[in-house]
Design a binder for this molecule. Structure first.
Ligand code: CP
Length: 298
């Protein structure tokens, strides 16, 4: 592995080989199932989960990953921390370091939050989702899920659609970086008002046309909490409906949480088809965070 960064802030910092190496290590952890790592590289170490925005998958998977590596973790959540009294994100992180945490996984609404913390502490910082800008651990687990699905070690020749509320999606931004580094072609699909004005790849407003071209389709949640607005025909135009899925032969992904019946029909999200990789993403999320924690801290 070439990458020797102290922090995991964004996939911009990693080469294709670094991404492949982390996915390879995560795949080892996935194959080991629910087993705790016998050499316990985080034994005696405490990781702080500093989550100023809500989370189910990312926070729980960091907790499980830490424990499987033999470490312990503390959770500091926005609503119950002294951030509610005006303490800054950086001050909060510096206090966690002073208490002995050896690493911080941070989710926050500020784009620069993880890098601001990294500039002020002496322990590794992992970006667990920052504003609408970046969610690199999600993109790494998404890339690994796709590599497993295709049975390849890169994504050359694969064309992947990311569909929905692109404007508000840190998952889309990090995935464009990660997937293209692995050789994929990416097309962003959505209503014009939810597409970026400065896209880093192709865009389209015609989901049916794009679905005929792609080998995988990542559906995104409409982020109403960030004031996303959609028209009444959103599901008809941009949802992965039962009818669309019946004519699609590729993999389907969704980072979660899901608005069932809006961006994806409930029966599609819950179907047993081998094309449905949604819960595989979640399982690989634990393994991916194990690989990152081991590399930075173990
Ligand atoms: N995919 C994702 O980040 O989910 P959570 O917000 O539940 O962590």
């Amino acid at each position: 592995m070439v990458w020797n960064g102290q922090h995991f802030l964004g996939l911009e910092d990693l080469s294709k080989e670094d991404i492949q190496s982390l996915i390879q290590r995560a795949s080892h952890f996935l194959e080991a199932g629910n087993r705790y790592e016998p050499n316990a590289p985080l034994s005696g170490k405490i990781i702080a989960n500093l989550f100023m925005e809500n989370s189910t998958r990312t926070r729980c998977s960091f907790t499980i990953a830490t424990r499987r590596l033999g470490g312990d973790c503390i959770d500091l959540l926005g609503g119950t921390s002294s951030a509610s009294k005006g303490e800054t994100l950086v001050d909060t992180a510096m206090n966690l370091e002073a208490m002995g945490a050896v690493g911080i996984a941070v989710r926050c609404s500020e784009e620069s939050g993880p890098s601001d913390i990294a500039a002020n502490v002496g322990i590794p910082v992992i970006n667990a989702g920052s504003g609408t800008a970046s969610h690199p651990t999600q993109a790494l687990l998404d890339a690994g899920t796709l590599l497993h699905y295709f049975g390849c070690d890169d994504l050359s020749g694969q064309h992947i659609a990311i569909v929905g509320d692109i404007t508000h999606s840190r998952v889309a931004r990090s995935n464009v970086i990660g997937l293209t580094k692995l050789g994929a072609t990416v097309t962003l699909v959505g209503p014009q008002k939810l597409l970026p004005t400065d896209p880093a790849c192709e865009t389209s407003t015609d989901l049916d046309a794009v679905l005929q071209e792609v080998s995988a389709c990542m559906m995104l949640r409409v982020q109403f909490e960030r004031d996303a607005q959609v028209d009444e025909d959103y599901r008809d135009k941009f949802g992965l409906t039962e009818e669309r899925f019946a004519n699609f032969t590729g993999a389907i992904l969704h980072p979660g949480p899901i608005n069932r019946g809006l961006e994806i029909d409930a029966c599609v999200a819950g179907c047993n088809s081998p094309q449905n990789k949604i819960l595989s993403q979640v399982s690989f999320g634990v393994a991916t965070r194990m690989a990152i924690l081991e590399h930075l801290i173990g």
